[in-house]
Design a protein around this ligand. Structure first.
Ligand SMILES: NC(=O)c1ccc[n+]([C@@H]2O[C@H](COP(=O)([O-])OP(=O)(O)OC[C@H]3O[C@@H](n4cnc5c(N)ncnc54)[C@H](O)[C@@H]3O)[C@@H](O)[C@H]2O)c1
Length: 434
């Protein structure tokens, strides 16, 4: 099966390399020339553990190639995966579908044999059916089926999640069509290893993805809401999370209080989900997601308040070291990063904010060029009035608080992720806030 993956970002580059690793011939199609050239040279233009090794080996074996040409892709492929972005529309909650739509517009008129286009991007329910109609209009004497195969990979674990997913979901409305057979062929080795394969209609498949993300966001905001109450009551949210997490019906994952979620998926996906529910006349059903979003955004303000209090009521002329910029560890993704949002807020209140992140420095500089950046933990903390840990990188949890104390002006730390060993920091002479 010759597979084309359109859009080689976090999702598409991973999918392309992993499909080649599974033994398929894969052609990656990317319109951003800088990104394309980096990939062609075996360099992943973002940070994702394990991906670069896989990219290089599959390029070397010839199983994976990359191109900028829609014509080449259309002439060559049997199955096409759409992995382009679906960001939040500016000034609105809804998803911007222009990239997904442009793939159909550009690709389908060039296709000369029956094929399946599998959507992987996260889209509002109803998109697949609409794109299928449009593909039927654009197709020239061939059958171009459009199916949806949502992706659940986590950045930082993308390769493992693609090669060993919890489940595979396929949405198709074409009775007796090609999509199921093609998907079974493409994912043969995964299915043989017992990974659940759920086939359903397109609308359900689209909703599986956004429902999963809405649930995860809700779980994080739930424990953060409990954190607000715990703080007011003088209770310990971590002990509460630990205790309720033992209940199998609740589970302990995604139950960690802190500065909340961010990144290129959860925030925009829950907003697009609310917008779509509104269009469908079901806004009331998802009203709670607005509160999930509010609780999440409140965390960012709350940690700024904590920082202010620990600087005796004012951030003016304080030097603040912000450790962490990526929205989570093992990623360089700074899209809607809580850490950078907080850093920006503190700068606006008059502090000099110096940021250090093990992998996300370049992306952060592009997004927040006015913050200051350091090349190490010690550099960032040099003469700092306050140290804030806002992304739980291993490098930060392993900091020696005794040695770090020697470089700061004030030994005060705010742990935005509950990732530091409080007792260790306190016994090293630090004032610890979380
Ligand atoms: N990043 C994740 O962890 C993740 C996980 C699951 C699902 N998703 C979903 O996958 C989609 C992609 O997300 P991402 O994080 O990989 O985005 P991304 O911005 O990193 O990558 C998108 C890529 O598509 C390219 N592109 C845009 N238009 C194109 C076109 N017409 N033809 C060819 N290439 C084009 C862009 O240049 C870019 O390289 C989104 O819908 C996202 O919600 C992402």
């Amino acid at each position: 099966m010759k597979i084309v993956v359109v859009g080689l970002g976090y999702l598409g580059a991973t999918h392309a390399a992993c499909m080649a690793e599974l033994g398929h011939d894969v052609l990656g199609l990317e319109t951003d020339v800088t990104r394309l050239e980096a990939l062609r040279a075996g360099r992943v233009p973002f940070y994702e553990p394990e991906l670069e090794v896989l990219l290089q080996s599959t390029l070397e074996s010839g199983k994976l190639r990359v191109t900028q040409s829609y014509q080449e892709a259309a002439d060559w492929g049997d199955a096409f995966f759409i992995a382009v972005g679906t960001p939040q529309r500016k000034g609105e909650y809804a998803a911007d579908l222009r990239y997904v739509e442009s793939v159909i517009e550009e690709l389908v008129p060039l296709i000369q044999r029956d094929c399946v286009i599998f959507g992987k991007s996260t889209v509002p329910v109803g998109t697949c059916a609409r794109l299928a109609d449009r593909a039927a209009e654009l197709a020239k004497d061939v059958v171009v089926e459009v199916a949806w195969n949502p992706e659940f990979l986590r950045e930082g674990h993308a390769v493992q999640d693609t090669l060993r997913p919890d489940r595979l979901v396929l949405g198709t409305d074409a009775e007796g069509g090609l999509a199921v057979v093609y998907a079974q062929t493409i994912y043969k080795s995964l299915l043989e290893s017992g990974i659940p394969f759920l086939v359903m209609d397109c609308a359900s498949a689209e909703l599986v993805k956004v429902a999963a993300n809405a649930f995860l966001a809700t779980k994080i905001s739930f424990i953060n809401a409990i954190a607000e109450v715990s703080e007011a009551a003088g209770a310990d949210v971590n002990r509460i999370a630990e205790a309720i997490g033992y209940d199998e019906r609740i589970g302990n994952k995604f139950l960690k209080a802190g500065i909340g979620f961010g990144g290129g998926c959860l925030p925009k996906d829950i907003r697009a989900f609310m917008a779509r529910a509104g269009e469908l006349g079901a806004a009331e059903a998802l009203g709670f997601l607005r509160e999930v979003d509010n609780i999440n955004m409140r965390r960012r303000n709350r940690v700024v308040d904590i920082a202010k209090k620990s600087c005796r009521g004012s951030l003016l002329n304080k030097k603040i070291a912000v450790l962490g910029a990526a929205f989570k560890p093992n990623s360089d993704d700074v899209r809607d990063s809580p850490a950078l949002n907080i850093a920006g807020q503190m700068q606006l209140q008059g502090s000099t904010v110096v940021v250090y992140d093990p992998k996300a420095m370049e992306n952060s500089k592009r997004l927040f060029p006015t913050l200051e950046y350091a090349s190490s933990v010690a550099d960032a903390c040099d003469n700092a009035d306050l140290v804030m840990v806002l992304t739980e990188w291993g490098e930060f949890t392993e900091i020696d608080p005794i040695r770090l104390r020697e470089v700061v002006r004030e030994a005060t730390v705010v742990d935005g992720r509950f990732c530091l060993d409080r007792d260790r920091w306190v016994s090293a002479g630090w004032t610890y806030h979380a």
